[in-house]
Design a binder for this molecule. Structure first.
Ligand SMILES: [Zn+2]
Length: 255
């Protein structure tokens, strides 16, 4: 049982537990503090990649993104950053944004405030050592939060980034399996193209959560993710989507 439920009257525990699960897991829940779940324009697609750096995939992904002039955000795991700082340095040098994804990828829901702080700060140190600057963005592993995650990130100068779409690419057995699961991004863009200009200008865009690595090990196979992006990047571009970093997705004026 979560320690902060201890002492809750039994009659209320079920409702509290349900609410807790919602706040901890649901990507757009704001119960445990404000998170960013969308871009500020329907024309802006924020591609995000978790669990790297991955020497088997990340360099290929960087080349693919370059071909489409796409900038993305990479939420990296501190222990992997220390193994391959040169990949993180290269990622930042190509105009992408580096975000914190903890040091060892634990489930933060079960961790104390001190332990959460250590996880975030160690990853910050690894990123700063590789790129020269600490990150401004944080994504909790699996998106799991408890009441201390968002305040701890904020105390370290970071905003918490969730997503509108997570197609579970770590389960992909083929690009053919993954490609249809990315269709909602295109459907959103098509819907937006049919809206009036005023409604379109006020609409928000997608944050897509993909994976260039695995939190379990280096050199995980994510070739299906690369292949699905090869399929979609030109199609998304032709639908008018702009591929932006989280910083560009939330801080520039909507257009
Ligand atoms: Zn992760």
């Amino acid at each position: 049982m979560n320690p902060w439920l201890i002492g809750t009257p039994i009659a209320a525990a079920g409702a509290v537990a349900g609410l807790t699960a919602y706040g901890a897991v649901y990507p757009r829940a704001q119960l445990f503090g404000r998170t960013i779940c969308r871009t500020n324009s329907a024309c802006k697609l924020a591609l995000t990649f978790d669990d790297g750096p991955n020497p088997a995939i990340t360099p290929k992904l960087l080349d693919l993104l370059d071909r489409y002039h796409a900038h993305a955000t990479f939420f990296v795991v501190g222990k992997f950053v220390r193994d391959h700082p040169e990949i993180v340095q290269e990622t930042a040098a190509r105009g992408h944004v580096i975000g914190n994804h903890t040091d060892a990828h634990p489930n933060l829901f079960w961790l104390s405030p001190d332990h959460i702080f250590i996880e975030l700060r160690c990853c910050n140190y690894a990123i700063a050592a590789a790129t020269g600057k600490p990150p401004h963005w944080f994504r909790p592993p699996w998106g799991f939060r408890n009441p201390w995650v968002v305040p701890t990130a904020r105390g370290l100068g970071q905003q918490v980034i969730m997503w509108t779409l997570i197609p579970r690419d770590w389960k992909a057995q083929s690009a053919e399996w993954l490609i249809p699961r990315l269709e909602p991004v295109a459907a959103h863009a098509r819907r937006n193209a049919n809206r009036s200009q005023a409604i379109s200008a006020a609409s928000t865009g997608d944050i897509l959560c993909l994976h260039d690595g695995s939190h379990r090990k280096l050199n995980a196979d994510r070739t299906h993710t690369l292949a699905a992006l090869e399929h979609w990047l030109p199609r998304w571009r032709d639908l008018g989507l702009e591929f932006v970093t989280i910083g560009d997705a939330v801080s520039s004026p909507a257009n």
